[in-house]
Design a protein around this ligand. Structure first.
Ligand SMILES: C[S@@+](CC[C@H](N)C(=O)[O-])C[C@H]1O[C@@H](n2cnc3c(N)ncnc32)[C@H](O)[C@@H]1O
Length: 274
């Protein structure tokens, strides 16, 4: 476990090459929020970080990049897409464009458009992902019901109609919905002193999907320490960097106050991961 109070740009170019299995992070984007620190965040900063992430990610490793766009003078910036395409130029595979749907945020946006209810989660990989543990927790529409289907007969391999029971759960799709806000994203009150946390469950679900116990999980924009807290609970090693002293102290307190091997309570906690 390594927590650094500093600038991730320095760390990304000085730390060991090919040392990270999984990054789960949300950078400051489009100046949508003001953080305590006054560091500027433009294309030059982003492109350096993309190159640095390529440098530190192990072959087969994954980067989950959680971002959204601002609307400026009536037009969305499209920065998220530009960043995803730039990651491809750097060498990453755009493995999956996933959606983080936010439930419970209240109305956001202008009266000229529909309310904004999601952010992107770009899943990038250096070569083919070496770990893919897809989460199966979706209750099928026809779960438990009988239906007819084609199967092979034992004798001559002919296909014939047979009856079977539909399974109860299936692999979830790539739109992940989380109830957000106070007491939902986390029960740690202190985390809400940071203006832009993502839900613990989001970090949890990516960590179990793209890494195994003992792997190294990284967050170069650690904020309140959500990824680090989940990585520790899931028995992963963790490296986190945060430039702002106040947020760094929040992250440190949350992560150090967490025990190893304490997966979070999930409504469908016992759903198999296959
Ligand atoms: C969107 S927030 C991350 C929130 C985090 N995912 C959470 O759940 O708490 C981005 C964070 O990046 C930090 N930051 C900005 N520039 C940085 C840099 N160059 N190096 C390290 N951290 C930086 C900001 O202070 C802010 O806390």
């Amino acid at each position: 476990m390594k927590l650094v109070h500093g600038d991730c740009r320095e760390y990304l170019f000085t730390c060991e090459l090919d040392s990270i299995d999984l990054t789960v992070t949300s950078p400051p984007y489009d100046n949508l929020r003001t953080y305590n620190n006054s560091s500027t965040w433009g294309w030059a900063e982003f492109s350096a970080i993309a190159a640095g992430l390529w440098r530190v990610t192990k072959p087969g490793g994954v980067v989950v990049w959680v971002v959204g766009d601002a609307t400026i003078k009536g037009s969305e910036t499209g920065t998220s897409f530009k960043q995803a395409l730039y990651f491809k130029e750097v060498g990453f595979n755009l493995h999956d464009t996933m959606i983080y749907k936010q439930k419970g945020t209240g109305a956001k946006g202008s009266c000229y458009s529909y309310w904004q209810g999601f952010e992107y989660m770009f899943v990038l990989s250096k070569e083919r992902p070496k770990t893919v543990n897809r989460i199966a927790d979706k209750i099928g529409k026809y779960a438990g019901k009988k239906s007819w289907g084609k199967g092979k007969t034992e004798d001559r391999g002919n296909r014939s109609l047979s009856r079977h029971t539909n399974s109860m759960i299936s692999i979830r799709d790539n739109v992940w919905e989380y109830v957000v806000g106070f007491q939902n994203s986390t029960t740690d009150r202190i985390a809400f002193d940071h203006p832009a946390i993502f839900p613990e469950k989001l970090a949890h679900d990516h960590i179990i999907s793209w890494s195994n116990e003992g792997d190294t999980v990284f967050d170069p924009f650690m904020g309140s320490g959500t990824t680090g807290k989940m990585a520790k609970q899931l028995n992963r090693d963790f490296i986190g960097i945060e430039i702002d002293k106040e947020y760094f102290e929040i992250a440190k307190q949350r992560i150090e106050g967490t025990q190893y091997n304490q997966p979070i309570n999930r409504t469908q906690k016992d759903a198999p991961v296959i």
